[in-house]
Design a protein around this ligand. Structure first.
Ligand code: NAG
Ligand code: NAG
Ligand code: NAG
Length: 505
C-alpha cells in the first residue's frame, strides 16, 4: 500500500535515530508525522484504542453473525450506501473475545457475468499500519474522493469490476479497527482466517467464489503469512474431514477456496531486495535520483546489511531482526533527504507527509461523521496510517523476516502466485522483486529463471512485461510507482481481470 510506506519509512529513519543515537535527520521534514497528535518517535506509546461510547449501538447492525465452530469470534454487518456504486456493499466488524475489532468494507462485483459466483479478492494495504480503505479510495475501489474530501465520484476501473472485493483494516488500530494489539504478521493471519470462515458462513450466496488474497507493500509480509495460515488450516481440516472426525460444530467450517495470492510492490524477501536500492536510485530506466557516490555508499553498506538480514532469517526473533532493520534502513536516508517521492522516482514528494495530495482528501472523507455513521464505525477517528502500529511492528523485528519462504509450499499445492511491480517505485522496486522471484526455491525455479519476459499489451499498447511458468507470474508494470492501480488504472484492471480469468499476459 502506499501511505503506509511514507509513514513507515519516516519511522524507519526516526527509529534508526533512536537506536543509534544519531541526531534526527533532515529527512524528518519529508516524513514528519502526518497526525498532529501522534507522538514523534516514542515507540513505547501503545496504539491501543477503544470504541467511542456514543457510537456503540447494537441497533445500527443489520446482522450479527457467529459460528459454533469459532466461539471466540463474531461478525457485525450493515449495508452502507456510499461510494455511488449500485452494487451491493457490506461493512462492519470482525470481533474477537480478546478485544480485537477489525473493520471491513465489501463491494460486490459490478460487472461480472458470474454475478454472485465471481471471484473474491481480500485486499490488504501495507505500512505496516495503514488502512485498506486508503487503497480502496486511492487505488482499486469503485470510487475516489473529490478534492477536499466532501464527496466521492465513481471510479470505473476499480477491481470490483469482475470480482467481489473486501477491504480489511488490519492490523488493529488502523483505519476504523481498534482494540488490543497484534504486532506480527503471523498472528494477523489467524484472525484473517477466522474472518473469512465467518464471511463465507454468513454469506452463503458467495460460497462458490474462489478466494484470492492480495496486498501491497508491507502486504508482501501479510499475504504470504495469511495464505500460509489459510492453507495449513485447510489441510488440517480436510484431513479431519476425510477421517470423519469433525465435531458437529466444526462441520460448519469449510475448506476456504484459496486459489491465488498476489503481491504488488511488496517487501517479501528483504535479503535480496535491499541489494537493489542503488540500482533503482542510480541506474533505473528513469533518471537517476542520487549521485554515483551516494549509490556507491549504499553498495558498500549492503554486505553488512546482508549479514544482519541473514542472521534475522536464521533466528527470526526481535534480537536478531531489529538490528538488521535499523542498519539497512539507514542506507535509505540519502534518498529520503533528496526530496524525491519514495514511491515514485519520477516525481517529488508533494502534498503532505504521505507524498500524495489525495491522501488528505481520503482522510477528510472518512472522518466525516455522516460517512462514519453510514459505515457503522465504532470509533470517531479514521486513522489512515498509524505510526504507533508501525513502530510496534518495527520493534518486534517483523520487518526483515523471510516471509518469502511461505510462498513455495503454496505454489507446490497448486495455488497461483502473482508478483507485480510498478517500475518507477523506489521503496519496493521491481528490480528487487524480480530478483527474488527468479531466485525463489520451488520445483519450477529453473524453468522460471529461463522463461522469457513477454510484452504485455493492453488495447494494443505496451503496458509492461510478464514472465510466467506454470502458476507463477512476475509482471513489471510500466510507468507506475508503488500504487500501481493509482498510476495505471486501465492497465492494472486488465492485469487483475486476466489473472482472475487465468488468461496469459
Ligand atoms: C446506478 O444506477 C442508476 C440507475 O440505473 C444509473 O443512472 C447510474 O449511472 C448508476 N451508477 C453507476 C455508478 O453505475
Ligand atoms: C546500469 O544498468 C545497465 C542496464 O541494466 C547495465 O548494463 C549496467 O551495467 C549498469 N551499470 C552499473 C554501474 O551498475
Ligand atoms: C495451477 O493452478 C491450477 C488452478 O489452481 C491447478 O489446478 C493446477 O494444479 C496448478 N498447476 C500446477 C502445476 O501446480
Amino acid at each position: 500500500m502506499k501511505l503506509a510506506s511514507s509513514a513507515v519509512w519516516s519511522f524507519a529513519v526516526a527509529g534508526l535515530a533512536l537506536a543509534t543515537g544519531v541526531a534526527a535527520s533532515p529527512a524528518q521534514h519529508v516524513f514528519a508525522p502526518h497526525r498532529p497528535e501522534a507522538p514523534e518517535t516514542n515507540a513505547a506509546v501503545s496504539p491501543v484504542r477503544h470504541a467511542t461510547p456514543s457510537l456503540v449501538d447494537s441497533a445500527k447492525w443489520e446482522r450479527i453473525e457467529s459460528m459454533a465452530a469459532l466461539p471466540n469470534y463474531q461478525l457485525r454487518v450493515k449495508q452502507p450506501k456510499l461510494c455511488e456504486t449500485n452494487a451491493t456493499q457490506y461493512s462492519g466488524y470482525l470481533d474477537t473475545d480478546e478485544d480485537r475489532h477489525f473493520f471491513f468494507w465489501f463491494f460486490e462485483a459490478r460487472n461480472s457475468p458470474k454475478r454472485k459466483e465471481a471471484p473474491l479478492i481480500l485486499w490488504m494495504n501495507g505500512g505496516p499500519g495503514c488502512s485498506s480503505s486508503t487503497g480502496m479510495l486511492m487505488e482499486l475501489g469503485p470510487c475516489r474522493p473529490d478534492k477536499g474530501g466532501a464527496s466521492v465520484s465513481p471510479h470505473k476501473y476499480g477491481w470490483d469490476d469482475q470480482a467481489h472485493v473486501i477491504f480489511l483494516d488490519q492490523p488493529l488500530n488502523v483505519g476504523f479497527s481498534y482494540g488490543s494489539d497484534v504486532f506480527n504478521s503471523i498472528a494477523a493471519g489467524k484472525d484473517v482466517y477466522s474472518f473469512l470462515q465467518l464471511f463465507y458462513h454468513s454469506f452463503p450466496e458467495y460460497s462458490k467464489s474462489e478466494l484470492h488474497i492480495f496486498g501491497e507493500s508491507y502486504g508482501g509480509h501479510y499475504v504470504p503469512a495469511t495464505a500460509k495460515a489459510i492453507h495449513e488450516t485447510n489441510l488440517e481440516f480436510s484431513q479431519k474431514q476425510s477421517l470423519g472426525v469433525l465435531s458437529t460444530a466444526e462441520k460448519q467450517k469449510r475448506v476456504l477456496p484459496l486459489t491465488s495470492i498476489g503481491i504488488g510492490n511488496g517487501l517479501t524477501d528483504p535479503l535480496i531486495q535491499y541489494k537493489y536500492y542503488s540500482t533503482m536510485a542510480c541506474n533505473s530506466t528513469y533518471d537517476p535520483v542520487l549521485s554515483k557516490s551516494q549509490c556507491d555508499e549504499m553498495d558498500r553498506s549492503y554486505p553488512t546489511c546482508a549479514r544482519l538480514i541473514d542472521a534475522c532469517y536464521k533466528w527470526q526473533n526481535a534480537l536478531a531482526c531489529y538490528p538488521a532493520e535499523a542498519y539497512c534502513n539507514r542506507m535509505l536516508t540519502a534518498y529520503a533527504q533528496s526530496g524525491a517521492n519514495v514511491y515514485d522516482v519520477r516525481i517529488p514528494c508533494e502534498g503532505g507527509n504521505l507524498c500524495y495530495p489525495i491522501i488528505s482528501d481520503i482522510d477528510a472523507y472518512l472522518n466525516r461523521p455522516e460517512v462514519q455513521k453510514e459505515l457503522g464505525s465504532d470509533v470517531s477517528e479514521f486513522v489512515s496510517c498509524s505510526q504507533k502500529v508501525y513502530a510496534g511492528f518495527t520493534f518486534s523485528g517483523d520487518w526483515m523476516k523471510p516471509y518469502v519462504s511461505e510462498i513455495p509450499p503454496l505454489l507446490e499445492a497448486g495455488i497461483r502466485v502473482l508478483i507485480y511491480a510498478g517500475d518507477a517505485d523506489f521503496i519496493c522496486n521491481w528490480y528487487g522483486n524480480k530478483a527474488w522471484s527468479v531466485a525463489l526455491e520451488w520445483s519450477g525455479k529453473d524453468k522460471f529463471a529461463n522463461a522469457a519476459d513477454k510484452e504485455w499489451l493492453v488495447d494494443g499498447k505496451s503496458a509492461g512485461e510478464a514472465r510466467t511458468y506454470e502458476n507463477f507470474s512476475f509482471v513489471r508494470v510500466f510507468e507506475a510507482g508503488h500504487m500501481v492501480p493509482y498510476d495505471q488504472p486501465v492497465n492494472s484492471l486488465d492485469m487483475i481481470n486476466r489473472w482472475l480469468a487465468a488468461k496469459p499476459f
